[in-house]
Design a protein around this ligand. Sequence first.
Ligand code: GDP
Ligand code: MG
Length: 177
Amino acid sequence: GHEGAGGEEYLFKIVLIGDSAVGKSNLLSRFARNEFDSNSKATIGVEFQTQVVDIDGKEVKAQIWDTAGQERFRAVTSAYYRGAVGALIVYDITRKTSFDSIKRWLDELTTHCDTAMIKMLVGNKCDLENIRDVSVEEGQSLAEEEGLFFIETSALDATNVQTAFEIVIREIHNNIS
Ligand code: GDP
Ligand code: MG
């Protein structure tokens, strides 16, 4: 939970969702450890990473949850979503099917989460411009339709990764203070 005055300690749960192989685990490792892994292996061990972000001089802690690959079987459980106040809904700009799945992921959020949640649509792998399959405009217009923030990222070259997480964390923080 969060505490106000004095201690100024905030802890926000944020979930990463989206089809398998869109780059969720690499977005988190880029953000939390500045690492990228070119081998696609299932997330092992830790189910979340806690990251401290400075928002206007305040220490804000984000607990960012990554799936352990259960999205492959459409089996992300309600425990994964429980208590989340933010979500990054990720697709791969080179794979249209992962973009077409976004509506299904949004339905999942509606089922499991508070409507006041901060949601960011993330088009990942923007370093692969030459094989792009989803235009920036398509991403933008879906985000507008659904009331989501929108950004394109690359976990590979680090483009906008910090920014994506920071916008979500800042918006959550602004909403409660
Ligand atoms: P997840 O299943 O959504 O967690 O996806 P992963 O993080 O495991 O990434 C799936 C594959 O995509 C891996 O081979 C990664 O190296 C690759 N990948 C992830 N992010 C990027 C990116 O921004 N650009 C490129 N070119 N490849 C990426
Ligand atoms: Mg993963």
